[in-house]
Ligand binder design. Structure first.
Ligand code: HEC
Length: 98
């Protein structure tokens, strides 16, 4: 049976770190979250081999890029678009594919 959820599931599979996530982080985050920084977002899997730790980091990223107090990136830098935030959410839901 072909339904929307099935089609959505197929779309989730195509989100990968290299194609979709790294370009967003390189453009908006790496200026500060670089190697040697307290939160190094420069390379998958963010210095953890453990999927639940990786997921926890990505969940923190998703929380901090939402509009509100402490929104990343800080200051007057351009914020992530709704599409970019959804892409990160879909990447998390589909298992953090590289
Ligand atoms: C101009 C520098 C700068 C940029 C660019 C920046 N950050 Fe941050 N970030 C900080 C600083 C400084 C802190 C620590 C203070 C705080 O928590 O607000 C921080 C804290 C965080 C934290 C909380 C710390 C933790 O370990 O959970 C997360 C998550 C985060 N940033 C994610 C991001 C993401 C994702 C981006 C890109 C969309 C980004 N940041 C862009 C400077 C930056």
């Amino acid at each position: 049976m072909c339904n929307r959820r099935h089609i959505f599931g197929l779309l989730l599979l195509v989100i990968t770190y290299l194609n979709h996530i790294k370009p967003i982080l390189d453009a908006h985050c790496i200026e500060c979250h670089s190697p040697g920084n307290f939160l190094d977002l420069s390379w998958y899997p963010f210095h953890s081999q453990n999927l639940s730790e990786q997921s926890a980091i990505v969940e923190r990223m998703i929380l901090r890029v939402q509009p509100g107090v402490g929104q990343m990136p800080p200051g007057h830098r351009p914020k992530l678009t709704t599409d970019e935030i959804e892409t990160i959410q879909q990447w998390l839901q589909s298992g953090l594919n590289i």
